[in-house]
Design a binder for this molecule. Structure first.
Ligand SMILES: Cc1cc2nc3c(=O)[nH]c(=O)nc-3n(C[C@H](O)[C@H](O)[C@H](O)COP(=O)(O)O)c2cc1C
Ligand code: SF4
Length: 413
């Protein structure tokens, strides 16, 4: 089975960027749409942001358009991709930098912005180099608009208020809103922060229209999406799929299984775990996943092999998220550290009597209490892990034995 290719159509993905000449020969230039036509087209597609939160892209552009009359807006292309197991944004920027830049230029043109910040995760060196070279290839009027900002390493550095904070003052900690970013963000101007894949999708929609966009896809949300598949499959990596493609088909696209998965984490480290039997035929599409209590998030699909310990995996994620918080708000300062401590003890067969009860309680307590959604995402991952690996959590505590790996007390993490 072949993956669907729109964003990734064109030359092979061999680590080299598609040059501007080839990009233009393949796709032509951006059509001259009025702001209303462009935003209307985005609204008609129902395109949801691909950075994780899944907010409607058209609605975001419309909110900025309605701010007209004040200072010129700023567009920020979010290519931080701080999600450790996700690679879709860096693959896109490395191979199709001009599609991302087209999307950012299009947003600027549509919204009347005179500045575009390309906010790129500095650890993604290949992607940064491709984007830098692509900016140099653009005509002078685009180059005047485009500014590259290398984002610091860190999970929260990609959160939208942290992005704006960093662009403004080189501090990548999230800030509390209001005012809303559509009113005041970079340099106190109305600001659009949009994931790089969302912008690339917009660049295709401008060229081909909303009907073309909706021709692909099998659920309520149409079009294609980039996903990263990891775990026991022949070809781990990034694929472009029709939204609504069942997990089983994605596994086929990835060359089939090389092991026996027991569970899947969908949506990234803020995502949700599901047992493999429940998820196998589920359509990978935000509305269908939501109906099943799961999230599409940033499109990460991580299969966990039957012999790998889900308790340990989720505890390690919690540890990573606790360490990666900005430590500004109560739930991150205390809650996430406590959750990481308790889940780490359970994973290491060293649980205190109240650890399971406390993990369950704290996941509820930290939710909705931070300046950003970091604690909510962390709690979601932990809460769904507790449900999916319930027997193993209990076995780790009461029998000091792992049901998946067979490890016992004395095993070191
Ligand atoms: C802790 C945290 C980290 C995030 N990291 C990223 C990121 O690396 N890249 C990204 O595009 N969005 C990230 N987001 C989502 C952004 O806040 C924002 O919703 C997104 O960039 C908006 O673009 P979109 O609507 O096109 O998805 C993160 C959110 C949170 C709460
Ligand atoms: S909730 Fe956590 S990550 Fe978000 S701003 Fe507060 S301390 Fe930072």
């Amino acid at each position: 089975m072949q993956p669907t290719e729109r964003l990734l159509a064109g030359p092979p993905l061999d680590g080299r960027a598609e040059p501007l000449s080839r990009h233009h020969a393949r796709l032509g230039s951006l059509p001259p749409l009025s702001p209303d036509q462009m935003v209307g087209a985005l609204e008609a597609t129902g395109l949801l942001g691909r950075g994780g939160a899944g907010f409607p892209v058209g609605r975001k552009w419309r909110a900025i358009l309605e701010q007209q009359g004040g200072a010129a807006p700023v567009v920020v292309a979010n290519g931080a991709e701080g999600e450790p197991e996700s690679a879709k944004d860096r693959v896109l920027m490395t191979h199709r930098p001009h599609l991302v830049i087209d999307g950012a230029v299009l947003a600027a043109r549509t919204l009347g912005a005179d500045r575009v910040e390309l906010y790129l995760g500095r650890e993604h060196t290949q992607a940064v180099a491709a984007m830098r070279a692509a900016v140099e290839e653009r005509p002078a009027h685009d180059r005047r608009l485009l500014h590259i900002v290398e984002a610091p390493i860190g999970y929260v550095a990609g959160e939208s208020t942290a992005v704006v904070h960093y662009v403004n003052s080189k501090d990548a900690r999230p800030t509390t809103t209001p005012p809303r970013m559509s009113e005041r963000g970079v340099r106190n101007r109305p600001t659009l922060v949009q994931n790089v894949e969302s912008l690339a999708q917009a660049a295709l929609i401008a060229r081909h229209g909303p009907d073309w966009f909706r021709e692909r896809g099998r659920g309520a949300n149409r079009g294609t999406a980039l996903v990263t598949i990891a775990g026991p499959v022949r070809h781990e990596g990034v694929a472009e799929i029709e939204l609504g493609t069942p997990l089983a088909e994605l596994v086929e696209i990835a060359g089939g299984l090389t092991g026996t998965p027991q569970a899947v984490l969908v949506g990234g480290y803020f995502g949700t775990w599901a047992p493999i039997e429940a998820a196998w035929s589920l359509p990978l599409e935000p509305a269908s996943l939501q109906a099943a209590g799961l999230t599409f998030g940033c499109g990460l699909v991580r299969l966990l092999d039957a012999r790998s310990c889900g308790v340990d995996y989720s505890a390690r994620i919690m540890d990573f998220l606790a360490a990666g918080s900005a430590l500004q708000c109560g739930p991150c300062k205390f809650g996430l550290a406590d959750l990481a401590g308790a889940s780490g003890r359970v994973a290491a067969f060293d649980a205190r009597p109240t650890d399971l009860y406390d993990i369950d309680r704290w996941t509820g307590l930290v939710t909705g209490r931070g300046a950003c959604r970091h604690p909510d995402g962390a709690a979601q991952q932990m809460g769904t892990a507790m449900a999916v690996f319930a027997d193993d959590f209990a076995s780790h505590v009461h029998r000091r034995r792992c049901l998946a790996s067979g490890a016992m007390i004395g095993a070191r993490r």
